[in-house]
Design a protein around this ligand. Structure first.
Ligand code: DX5
Ligand code: ZN
Length: 211
């Protein structure tokens, strides 16, 4: 069971300083890219990823919350991403994007919002390395986990026998909600819970021990 740490709530002027001590306790760095169109917020982009890449080999899990991700996938691959996840709701070129990400040699994921039906993903499951289930409406860190997505996660878990994707869950995960999702996913994304923790390393260790 793996942890991907979202940098969204960290101090962007001190990213490297705040993140480096945490790297031994996480599996991926989760990079939330927001365009102000697909979601009502703008976060950061390629220059930040490029800068972070200079200082570490940790796996970069890039979560594109942008419309028409096909326009930028190549750039996000070049700046150092290892996994690229795009939203099903944000593009008409789902198949093409999967092929492009794979051709670039990266792991490919698709994410769906809490209100998006899981069935819409079925045609693509066989080609995916990961499915990222949003536990909140994308756009902001620090929101509450929506329990209704557990049903989708359980169904994905059942279907996992037939395919080779991993299940990621993103949004609202903390020491309370982890118990609901730990049996239903392979990777949890953590943001504000870590940023707010008095002892960040202790929290990461505690989360790991729940699996
Ligand atoms: C939400 C982002 C999440 C978020 C996680 O749009 O995709 O990755 O930053 O943060 P928490 O854990 O605070 O919900
Ligand atoms: Zn995310």
């Amino acid at each position: 069971m793996k942890i991907s740490l979202s940098i969204l709530d960290f101090d962007f002027a001190k990213l490297n300083e705040e993140l480096t001590p945490l790297y031994p306790y996480i599996d991926y760095l989760h990079l939330d890219i927001m365009d102000g169109v697909f979601v009502p917020n703008i976060s950061f982009g390629i220059p930040i990823i490029k800068s972070l890449r200079k200082y570490s080999d940790i796996l970069f899990d890039t979560h594109l919350m942008i419309v028409e991700p096909e326009k930028y996938i190549e750039s996000f691959a070049e700046c150092g991403s290892n996994l690229i996840t795009f939203h099903l709701e944000a593009t008409k070129k789902v198949k093409e994007n999967i092929q492009l990400i794979k051709r670039l040699g990266l792991k490919c994921g698709i994410s769906i919002n809490p209100s998006t039906k899981l069935d819409l993903l079925f045609p693509y499951l066989k080609d995916l390395d990961l499915v990222l289930i949003m536990g909140v409406n994308p756009g902001f860190g620090g929101q509450s986990f929506m329990n209704e997505v557990l049903e989708k996660m359980a169904k994905l878990k059942q279907l996992q026998d037939k395919y080779h994707y991993e299940i990621f869950v993103d949004g609202g995960i903390n020491l309370k909600t982890i118990s609901h999702v730990s049996n239903l996913c392979d990777t949890v994304i953590l943001g504000s819970a870590v940023k707010k923790a008095e002892n960040k390393i202790e929290l990461l260790k505690q989360i790991k021990s729940t699996f």
